[in-house]
Design a binder for this molecule. Structure first.
Ligand code: BTN
Length: 245
C-alpha cells in the first residue's frame, strides 16, 4: 500500500485525541488516504487497553494516520507490525542503542518506552476498510510527570541524545512508514520476529489463557508459537495476543 510522498497534515494546538479527529474526518467524508492529524497537546490521548497517553505541550509527536487500504489488503496485525517496524527503523537510523519492539505496539529502549501505537477501526466494512494508526512518540521530554513514570519506565529521543524537532522526526517516520507499508506480510513478520528473542522463555497472555514457554515463531499462519516445559506446542492467533513478554 502506497503513502503520499509528503503527508497532508491537519494540525491542532489542542484537541481531545488525534485518533478521534481522524475518525471524525472519516465520518464526515473529508478524509483522504494518508492524511495525518497532528496535535501539540491532547486532553484525552488514548493508549491501548483503556490507558491514557500523556505528553506535555509540544513535547511529543502525537499523530494519527488515516489508511484506506484496498479490500483484501493488509490485515490489522500487519499494519500494526509495519508501523512498529517503521518506528524501530527510525530509532536505529538515529543510532539509538538497545531499541527493540515489545508485542504488540511498544518501542522500547532497554526497558523504557519511547513510543506506542494504537491502531483502530470503527464499523469496518470489509469492502472498503479504513484504519486510524495513532502514534505517540516522546521527542523532547527531559523529565516525565509522576503519573507517567508510576506506570512504567519511559524515555524520549532527547534523553537518548537525539535533539531534533518534531517536524524532522515526522519526516523520517513518514519515510520509514511508506517503505514498511509496501512490504509483504512475510517480510514484515520475519523482521518483527528478528527484533524478538526467539528461544527465550516468554509469557503469552490472551483473553482466554496464559501460556508460558519457549518462543518458537511468530507469523500470520501460526500466530505466536510456544513450546511449553512439557514439550507441548501451543499456537495463539495474533489477534488474540494481549501481551507477549
Ligand atoms: C499505547 O502505547 O498504548 C498506544 C499509545 C498511542 C498514543 C497515540 S498519541 C496520538 C494518537 N491519539 C491518541 O489518542 N492516541 C494515539
Amino acid at each position: 500500500m502506497k503513502l503520499p510522498q509528503r503527508p497532508n497534515v491537519v494540525r491542532y494546538e489542542t484537541t481531545d485525541s488525534t485518533n478521534e479527529r481522524a475518525f471524525a474526518a472519516i465520518a464526515d467524508g473529508t478524509a483522504q488516504h494518508g492524511d495525518v492529524h497532528w496535535a501539540d497537546f491532547q486532553t484525552a490521548g488514548r493508549g491501548r487497553l483503556g490507558r491514557q497517553w500523556r505528553a506535555g505541550e509540544g513535547e511529543g509527536l502525537l499523530l494519527s494516520v488515516i489508511l484506506f487500504p484496498p479490500a483484501n489488503g493488509p490485515k490489522p496485525t500487519e499494519l500494526t507490525v509495519a508501523t512498529c517496524l517503521a518506528l524501530h527503523d527510525m530509532a536505529r537510523e538515529y543510532g539509538i542503542a538497545g531499541a527493540h519492539l515489545k508485542w504488540p505496539n511498544d518501542l522500547l529502549i532497554g526497558e523504557s518506552k519511547l513510543s506506542g501505537i494504537l491502531l483502530e477501526t470503527r464499523g469496518l466494512d470489509e469492502a472498503k476498510p479504513h484504519f486510524v494508526v495513532g502514534i505517540g512518540l516522546n521527542v523532547k521530554q527531559r523529565e516525565f510527570p509522576r503519573e507517567v513514570t508510576d506506570e512504567r519506565p519511559v524515555t524520549s529521543l532527547a534523553l537518548e541524545g537525539v535533539a531534533l524537532t518534531r517536524e524532522e522526526v515526522l519526516a523520517l517516520v513518514w519515510k520509514r512508514l511508506a517503505v514498511r507499508l509496501e512490504q509483504d506480510a512475510l517480510t514484515l513478520f520475519e523482521d518483527y520476529t528478528s527484533s524478538l528473542a526467539l528461544g527465550d522463555e516468554v509469557l503469552v497472555r490472551s483473553a482466554r489463557a496464559e501460556v508460558r514457554g519457549e518462543l518458537v515463531s511468530l507469523d500470520s499462519t501460526h500466530g505466536v508459537r510456544v513450546r511449553t516445559a512439557s514439550g507441548e506446542v501451543i499456537d495463539t492467533q495474533l489477534e488474540f495476543v494481549r501481551e507477549l513478554r
